[in-house]
Design a protein around this ligand. Structure first.
Ligand SMILES: *[C@@H]1O[C@H](CO)[C@@H](O)[C@H](O)[C@H]1NC(C)=O
Ligand SMILES: *[C@@H]1O[C@H](CO)[C@@H](O)[C@H](O)[C@H]1NC(C)=O
Ligand SMILES: *[C@@H]1O[C@H](CO)[C@@H](O)[C@H](O)[C@H]1NC(C)=O
Ligand SMILES: *[C@@H]1O[C@H](CO)[C@@H](O)[C@H](O)[C@H]1NC(C)=O
Ligand SMILES: *[C@@H]1O[C@H](CO)[C@@H](O)[C@H](O)[C@H]1NC(C)=O
Ligand SMILES: [Fe+2]
Length: 471
């Protein structure tokens, strides 16, 4: 007894070890469904007169300013903005501390949707930028000028650290505003956002009232005018409305949000790729044809061959509809694309796939389900260290509310799931390590509610251990 009394440190160690064993057991039993009590009520769309929707003052002032990468390597930026009174100038004036002021000229476009007429939408690509440099830029030349800035990414290379933010299904509710604020104040400091689709949800308003595209552009400007958001098309971007005489899919989205698809040999703005720092990012379209012989299929087949992991160790794929989703919402909607492309993802050792669509959070184990051939019955996902981790991050805060209804029991492939709003960051340290963290809106800015050290699949194909301390 005296011995036990004197060895409280040993006892504590045993408790710690036991705790570790227990937590491992939880992981092995097919993941964790968080019991976190989040706010389930919808918070509602922010009213049209909200502070975040304010029109900037001044005659023909540029509004809805947004930027995205403009080439494959990160030496170009597409700058977009809207003017309302008249077209005004397409010129972007830009400079860095090391260069004189330069000008780049773009184009202006407009579109009509039912009885809505857009403002003058400007897109100007700035090229030949220096890597890793802060640039200031001005739009609205000749009328009301507005100045912003951005920082170009470091030169593409295998050990270049870079932090991506991850946001999906953002919408424009009060929750959306919380998500964006949490992303901005996250000390992890995302340098660019990988956006997994469903931007403004204008199509949920009568006549798809496109005024909500404009409000969303003004709401998100505070982030996307200063760092590029990499766009993925979601179902709320389709805007297919034959009852309104609108039969050209993606009309508002393609007029407002340009992407550098031609730079990656793509023939449509819905699937494309970019390199950024040490990452190769492939954007796919859940809402464009992806079956065999389609343009997207041929493109992806070539694209995966092009990825050089010595140059860009991290292979990240974005899409809207998740392939692995254990919620009772949009259940199996990603299945047909999974059947087409999953063998490639395993073959090419994709590190991680981010999707949205389901308004909740979920992270999978590394597993694949590629053995099934209709007749052999082998249709259960199996652990597979060559497979990606699948993350659903469709919890941006849109007006449709949270997806709370989950399939039971939790499938073994699902490592963690929780119906809370939030965002994530993917923090690449070097060619072997990246720290991933999911942040829920109810927590402090620095808190990760789910996290994981990613070991690169090409350089370090050993087992990973989720480091999450869930509470
Ligand atoms: C468009 O039509 C709807 C009714 O169909 C009407 O309420 C709205 O004011 C119209 N908007 C414009 C810009 O004319
Ligand atoms: C949105 O969030 C910002 C930053 O936290 C805040 O200043 C603003 O008042 C919020 N607006 C609304 C409508 O919630
Ligand atoms: C892959 O990238 C490395 C590092 O940039 C380079 O040395 C090598 O030539 C590239 N391989 C191919 C096949 O392009
Ligand atoms: C959850 O989803 C299942 C399957 O769609 C449905 O049968 C069930 O009624 C739902 N439960 C609730 C509480 O909505
Ligand atoms: C890569 O980053 C991880 C995590 O920061 C670190 O432990 C490891 O030593 C780094 N590797 C190299 C080669 O620097
Ligand atoms: Fe969606």
């Amino acid at each position: 007894m005296a011995k036990m009394g004197s060895s409280s440190r040993e006892a504590a160690a045993i408790v710690v070890v036991l705790g570790f064993v227990l937590s491992l057991a939880v992981v092995c039993n097919g993941g964790k469904t968080s019991s976190f009590v989040r706010k389930v009520e919808k918070s509602g769309v922010m009213p049209l007169d909200s502070d975040v929707f304010k029109v900037p003052p001044g005659y023909n002032a540029p509004q809805q300013v947004h930027i995205t990468q403009g080439d494959q390597l990160g030496k170009a930026m597409i700058v977009s903005w809207v003017t309302v009174e008249e077209p005004g100038s397409n010129t972007v004036l830009y400079w860095s501390a090391y260069s004189k002021k330069q000008k780049s000229e773009g184009k202006v476009t407009t579109y009509k949707f039912y009885n809505y007429t857009s403002g003058y939408i400007h897109h100007t690509t700035i090229r030949n930028l220096k890597f890793n440099t802060k640039y200031y830029y001005v739009v609205g030349i000749g009328h009301t000028e507005r100045q912003f800035w951005f920082i170009t990414p470091p030169e593409v290379g295998p050990d270049v650290p870079y932090t991506f933010g991850l946001i999906g299904d953002l919408g424009q509710s009060f929750d959306s505003n919380k998500t964006l604020t949490h992303y901005e104040l996250n000390p992890q400091k995302g340098q660019a956002v990988l956006f997994v689709g469903d931007l403004c949800y204008a199509d949920t308003h009568p006549n798809h009232d496109n005024v909500w595209w404009d409000t969303w552009g003004r709401f998100t400007e505070r982030s996307v005018a200063y760092q590029p958001w990499i766009w993925t098309a979601g179902n709320h971007e389709i805007d297919f409305a034959p009852e309104l005489g609108e039969t050209k899919p993606f009309k508002p989205y393609t007029h407002r949000y340009h992407v550098p698809y031609k730079a990656s040999g793509s023939t449509a703005p819905f699937w494309y790729s970019i390199k950024r720092a040490s990452a190769y990012i492939i954007v796919l379209s859940s809402y464009s044809a992806y079956g065999k012989y389609t343009p997207q299929y041929f493109w992806l087949e070539q694209e995966l061959r092009k990825v050089n992991r010595s140059e860009t160790p991290w292979l990240i794929v974005l899409m809207h509809a998740p392939w692995y989703n254990s919620y009772n919402y949009h259940y199996m909607e990603g299945e047909t694309m999974r059947v087409m492309y999953e063998p490639w993802f395993v073959k090419y050792k994709v590190d991680v796939v981010f999707a949205g669509h389901v308004h909740a959070y979920e992270r999978s184990e590394r597993m694949s389900n590629v053995a099934y051939n209709i007749v052999n019955g082998i249709c259960i996902p199996v652990k597979d260290q060559s497979a990606p981790v699948y993350i659903t991050i469709g919890d941006g805060g849109n007006l449709e509310g949270l997806a709370t209804n989950m399939t039971e029991p939790q499938p073994a492939y699902s490592a963690y799931r929780e119906a809370s709003f939030g965002h994530a960051t993917f923090d690449i340290k070097n060619r072997t390590h990246a720290y991933y963290g999911w942040h829920r809106n109810q927590d402090g800015y620095a808190v990760t509610a789910d996290s994981m050290w990613f070991l690169n699949r090409y350089y370090n194909p050993d087992n990973e251990f989720a480091s999450a301390q869930h509470y």
